[in-house]
Ligand binder design. Structure first.
Ligand code: COA
Length: 257
């Protein structure tokens, strides 16, 4: 697929997707969602890629769904033609995704960031679910993910008033991991990605799966699931290498199997 609305790059084990519709603050139209999903499919198939960074530009990570695109749509057109299949593909991506957020991170943009695994934010980042101001509501998981991250009352406040959170508030509320200086956002994201990429890839993948499972099941079922993944890792060469390296007081050299 040739990309029109995103830029992609691979550097070592780290792939980057940059949203690239600056004139509309990286609004997420259908084509953009298809491109993100296609890029992730390619990164999933590429064993060299171990971590993905998703970012926008200085002014906006993404200012939400593309309002021009859905402005004239009927309910049935939304139901039959819309892009939630792409969101499912992003949700199921098995490798870690770091969202590097600067500027507006609103509506579908905030939902996209929440679909990622770790969120780094600059001081200019603004998080919000402003759909209520358009007479609608979040439709890409916002009402489900936000309360799990910030709690019910805070999610209600954001979703019912459309209020934007500053980066510091987003960190205090548990939505973003930390605030980083604007000038070093991508360096911080790359360093974090490289740190994760140096771990055993299968362990990283299964640990991500187990943490995500905790979001939608009971502790008992989640812990059973975790235990099976934990046992599975004892079948990997990287587990043998990791333990051996510890015993030999050296750095492990993980291969990904
Ligand atoms: N969809 C389509 N276009 C969008 C957009 C979106 N979600 N968000 C911003 N844009 C466009 C604007 O229409 C404008 O285009 P124009 O220059 O052709 O008029 C351009 O991006 C710049 O936005 P602008 O509103 O001029 O910038 P601002 O700094 O004054 O305000 C926002 C920034 C993010 C506060 C404002 O653009 C906004 O409220 N956007 C919508 C956010 C939203 O409701 N998202 C959820 C959608 S369901």
């Amino acid at each position: 697929m040739t990309y029109e609305n995103i830029l992609t790059a691979i550097d070592g084990h780290v792939a980057t997707i940059q949203l690239n519709r600056p004139k509309v603050l990286n609004a997420l139209n259908q084509r953009t969602m298809e491109e993100i999903a296609a890029a992730l499919d390619a990164f999933e198939a590429d064993a060299k890629v171990r971590v993905v960074i998703l970012t926008g530009d200085e002014r906006a990570f993404a200012a939400g769904a593309d309002i021009n695109e859905f402005a004239g749509k009927t309910a049935v057109e939304m139901l039959e033609g819309y892009r939630f299949a792409q969101w499912e593909r992003i949700r199921k991506f098995p490798k870690p995704i770091i969202a590097a957020v600067s500027g507006f991170c609103l509506g579908g943009g905030c939902e996209l960031a929440m679909t990622c695994d770790i969120i780094l934010a600059t001081e200019t980042a603004r998080f919000g679910q402003p759909e209520i101001n358009l007479g609608i509501m979040p439709g890409a998981g916002g009402t489900q993910r936000l309360p799990r991250l910030v709690g019910k009352g805070r999610a209600m406040e954001m979703i019912l008033t459309g209020r934007h959170l500053s980066a510091t508030e987003a960190v205090a509320w548990g939505l973003a991991n930390r605030v980083v200086p604007a000038a070093s956002l991508m360096d911080e994201a790359r360093n974090l990605a490289a740190e994760i990429a140096a771990k055993a890839p299968v362990a990283v993948r299964l640990a991500k799966e187990a943490v995500l499972k905790s979001m939608d099941t009971t502790i008992e079922l989640g812990a059973d699931h975790e235990r099976r993944l934990f046992y599975l890792l004892f079948a990997t060469e990287d587990r043998r290498e990791g333990v051996q390296a510890f015993l030999e007081k050296r750095k492990p050299n993980f291969q990904g199997w």
